[in-house]
Design a protein around this ligand. Structure first.
Ligand SMILES: N[C@@H](CCC[C@H](N)C(=O)O)C(=O)O
Length: 287
């Protein structure tokens, strides 16, 4: 079986995008993982699959598979790549589309200057819905946010980190650090990802506040490891920063692979994510 694909990225978070409307695509988790493998496959942080919608009022269905082959609920940088892909492939003539995802409907918009903004929906903040098991834990209030203590076993020593928990459709634990470059992302990222308090695992964000509208961010992604940028991670970090009283919307987010912008007007309002989407090459692979 041959599979046509497009390789894309958003601020260095890279994707294999597959049109499952005009070709038949039914792959197992092991096959997705093989395709995303950087040595045995094409290589990508995530695979994005474009399908016909199943919900009325939607233009497309968008499925997301992590590098480890697992299907997940949401991907912000991928949503921008998705809208560029469907426009470039002539799958739609609309500049604003409604896209069905595993965690609800999102609305990406192609701007006149080529930039892409995605309405990612409102963040979910109730710990149980993130999901985060806060049972028996004492949180600390900061602004209108609650910081939760997570115990980690770091290199033989016990350490407690304080995290905000936010769902952007997918789960995030965000901590504020003094310097993202020296933060122990490789060490504590996997421990946070698999921490037993997160029943569906979690994306671990490390945010350095540079000013009220400017942060640096690194994210150790669930199912993919550290990526050069994480769109939903940027949204979650800015929501946490605003709730903690550290940031004002809109916020520039510097990731290792590029720059994103996140705007949020507060409780109940949608988060708007803006940033680049780039097509790298097209190919066909025999499975
Ligand atoms: N890179 C993404 C997020 C992809 C999914 C994530 N790893 C998860 O498992 O939730 C983004 O740009 O949002």
């Amino acid at each position: 079986m041959k599979l046509k694909f497009t390789k894309m990225h958003g601020a260095g978070n890279d994707f294999i995008v597959v049109d499952a409307i005009n070709q038949q695509v039914e792959l197992s988790a092991a096959q997705w993982q093989r395709l995303a493998d950087r040595r045995f496959g094409i290589g990508a942080d995530q695979i994005l699959v474009v399908e016909k919608p199943t919900l009325p009022g939607c233009d497309f269905r968008y499925r997301i598979f992590n590098n480890d082959g697992g299907e997940v609920e949401q991907c912000g940088n991928g949503a921008r790549a998705f809208v560029k892909f469907v426009a470039e492939k002539g799958l739609t003539k609309l500049s604003s589309i409604r896209v069905e995802t595993k965690s609800g409907v999102i609305a990406p918009r192609l701007e006149a200057d080529g930039g892409i903004t995605v309405d990612m929906g409102a963040p979910v903040l109730a710990p149980a819905e993130v999901p985060f098991d806060a049972d028996g834990l004492a949180g600390t209030a900061q602004g209108v946010d609650t910081l939760w203590p997570l115990e980690l076993e770091l290199g033989g020593a016990r350490e407690t980190v304080l995290v905000s928990v936010v769902s952007m459709g997918n789960p995030h634990a965000v901590q504020v650090v003094d310097d993202v470059e020296t933060a122990p992302v490789d060490l504590s990222g996997p421990l946070i990802e698999h921490h037993p308090r997160f029943p569906r695992r979690v994306n671990a964000g490390f945010m350095q506040v540079l000013g009220r509208r400017h942060v640096r961010l690194r994210v150790y992604e669930r199912g993919a490891g550290e990526t050069l940028a994480c769109g939903t991670g940027a949204c979650a970090a800015v929501v946490a920063g605003i709730r903690r009283g550290l940031l004002d919307s809109p916020v520039r987010v510097d990731a290792r692979g590029g720059q994103l912008s996140v705007a949020w007007a507060g409780a109940g309002q949608p988060v708007l994510l803006t940033g680049p989407a780039v097509t790298v090459f097209e190919g066909e692979i025999t499975l």
